[in-house]
Design a protein around this ligand. Structure first.
Ligand code: FAD
Length: 403
């Protein structure tokens, strides 16, 4: 292999590039990304970077010297507009063509937009990039009002950061509970109580029918019940659209993202994919998943790089996700399901608790609130598939290390 091309210089692309060099690949390595920045992590963009507590530069995956030392042909601000599989080249928007022996797609996703009546009369913020965070930050100051459309992770993190900056915040969620797609009802309840206690107004089961500009120049979010929420700023946190168009147009199999196997291979053996754009089999879930998480961007980026070099790879991680809101840290290991028995360790009032999700007496998933240490042991229990004693699991007097 002489030439490896990575499309997308985000977290997965950055890890793929580092790993290729760490594994001894000395050929030409081209990293093409349409953002002007070197590879960076996005989680702080809704947290410390948004609040101003951290600088955008602090999100970089590598120190500048380490990045330069990789000896990449880095193309910042460059967009790939076509993959030519027959000639094994990628075509850049500026007309340049770059040849590959192996191609790794790390194109991530973009924030979903809402095309409802009046959308062109107001300015609708979304949050994916450093520039998005910089544009939104001034809108969170004390005395400003914000409506967040969408009660998922990004919406809730923006709401929490905004409240902490002193803004008035309303969260509008169409579903009957928060983070409905990713957590069980008891955690949705917990999040709802947390946000309401901090003074955020949360409207559940509330459909947005459009937007308008009020006579005073402020924005309005129009709700399906005929009411309107007037505010200074509107943020949409309604999910991600995978950037799989390049792959689809090149004839690769896609299904809500680029389909890959556990070796990160797409339907073309010379093209791999990783990160938010990839849909991969997952033994823990018993189905294919497109994971939108920091863990997956890093680990699948590494796996794809190793696989491209011919190493044996079987990437099927135990899913792990975290969120920080109002100084609270929530972590989820595994895939909690409605059929699981729930065992609680610790109580909500004390602020530290873990919920375990069991099938029989085997822990399948765990969600913890300010319980990072216990969760590390929980992860081990899940991965070892070891039967547990439910009473001991719930008993705070029995340390997690002794389960
Ligand atoms: P990205 O980081 O999106 O990188 C893809 C890159 O490819 C982008 O730069 C894109 O512009 C570029 N690109 C796309 N198409 C082309 C093209 N044709 N040509 C050139 N370049 C292209 N996860 C957690 O686990 N915990 C958290 O608390 C958390 N918080 C988050 C907060 C925010 C605000 C966001 C946005 C995400 C958060 N995540 C969190 C998710 C995590 O950041 C993502 O899963 C991760 O960034 C995905 O990495 P990626 O490399 O797949 O995609």
């Amino acid at each position: 292999i002489q030439n490896i091309v990575i499309i997308g210089a985000g977290q997965a692309g950055g890890w793929a590039a580092q790993t290729l060099r760490a594994e001894g690949f000395t050929g030409r390595l081209v990293l093409i990304g349409d953002e002007p920045h070197p590879p960076h992590e996005r989680p702080p963009l809704s947290k410390a970077v948004l609040s101003g507590a951290a600088l955008p530069e602090s999100t970089r995956l590598m120190k500048p010297e380490a990045f330069v030392a990789l000896g990449l042909d880095w193309r910042p601000g460059a967009r790939v507009h076509r993959i030519d599989r027959a000639t094994k080249q990628v075509m850049l928007a500026d007309g340049d063509a770059v040849a590959y022996d192996k191609l790794i797609l790390c194109t991530g996703g973009r924030a979903r937009q809402l095309t409802l009546p009046g959308a062109d009369q107001v300015s609708l913020h979304t949050l994916r990039t450093i520039e998005d965070a910089q544009a939104l930050a001034p809108a969170l100051d004390a005395g400003r009002s914000l409506v967040v459309v969408g009660g998922g992770w990004i919406g809730l993190e923006v709401a929490a950061t905004a409240r902490q900056q002193g803004a008035e915040v309303v969260v509008v969620e169409t579903q009957s509970r928060l983070c409905e797609r990713t957590v069980p009802a008891e955690i949705s309840e917990h999040l709802l109580a947390l946000h309401r206690a901090q003074g955020t107004r949360v409207l559940l089961g509330a459909g947005v029918s459009g937007f308008a500009r009020a006579a005073d120049g402020r924005s309005e979010v129009l709700l399906a019940d005929g009411s309107a929420l007037r505010c200074d700023t509107i943020v949409l946190g309604i999910g991600l659209v995978p950037n799989d168009e390049l792959a689809r147009e090149a004839g690769l199999e896609c299904e809500g993202g680029v389909l890959v196997d556990a070796r990160c291979h797409t339907s073309d053996p010379d093209i791999l994919a990783a990160g938010d754009v990839a849909v991969a089999p997952n033994a823990w879930a018993g189905r294919r998943l497109r994971l939108e998480s920091w863990q997956n961007a890093q680990e699948q980026g590494i796996a794809a790089a190793r696989s491209a070099l011919g190493h044996t790879v079987d990437y099927q991680p135990l899913p792990w996700f975290w969120s920080d809101q109002y100084g609270m840290n929530l972590q989820i290991y595994g895939m909690p399901a409605a059929a699981h028995r729930v065992v609680r360790r610790g109580d909500e009032a004390s602020g530290n608790f873990v919920l375990f999700y069991l099938a029989g007496d085997v822990v399948q998933a765990a969600i913890g609130h300010n319980a990072a240490r216990d969760l590390r042991f929980a992860r081990r229990l899940i991965e070892q598939r070891k039967p547990v004693d439910v009473e001991r699991l719930a008993d705070l007097a029995t340390p997690m290390s002794k389960q």
